[in-house]
Design a protein around this ligand. Structure first.
Ligand code: AMP
Ligand code: ZN
Length: 142
């Protein structure tokens, strides 16, 4: 199901142009229009889901397979020795386009960027008891 006002649904439908680098029945990948690095690529499920939690597991596995293959292709294409592969999952995490997409951002030595650790705010000071509690809560919720 596509959503009328979604820019990535419009790309999937061919209604607005993109530099497509991969497409099959389930997923599509295209160059980011405002790249953080040469080769910056976005991988999307063709169906409209806003956040990762909404994506069915088989679709998520397929999208990850595409990310996995393209991560190598992108790095080879732009001769990058590394990449950050990440999802901004939800507005509080910086997601601006509400159609799930994984970023492949090629990285280069001394490119001035940061590791993924830099995306969060101040590190919380969590006791061992609190960490145990959180681990159990995640196990019980999954
Ligand atoms: P996010 O903040 O994770 O939602 O990232 C959205 C990304 O989509 C940004 O990196 C934008 O540069 C990119 N973007 C927005 N519009 C387009 C478009 N029409 N084609 C390709 N990339 C786009
Ligand atoms: Zn969409």
């Amino acid at each position: 199901m596509s959503q009328d006002d979604c820019i990535f649904c419009k790309i999937v439908a061919g209604e607005i142009p993109s530099r497509t680098v991969f497409e099959d029945d389930v997923a599509m990948a295209f160059l980011d229009a405002n790249p953080l690095a040469p080769g910056h690529t976005l991988v999307v499920p063709k169906e409209h889901y806003e956040t990762l939690s909404e994506v069915p597991e088989d679709t998520a596995a397929h999208v990850f397979g595409v990310l996995h293959r393209l991560n190598t292709a992108v790095q080879n294409a732009v001769d990058a020795p590394a990449a950050n592969v990440a999802f901004n999952d939800g507005p509080a995490a910086g997601q601006e386009v509400p159609h799930v997409h994984g970023h492949i951002i090629p990285r280069f030595e001394d490119d001035g960027g940061s590791p993924v650790h830099a995306v969060a705010g101040e590190r919380p000071d969590l006791s061992d008891e609190k960490l145990d509690e959180i681990a159990v809560e995640i196990q019980n919720t999954e």
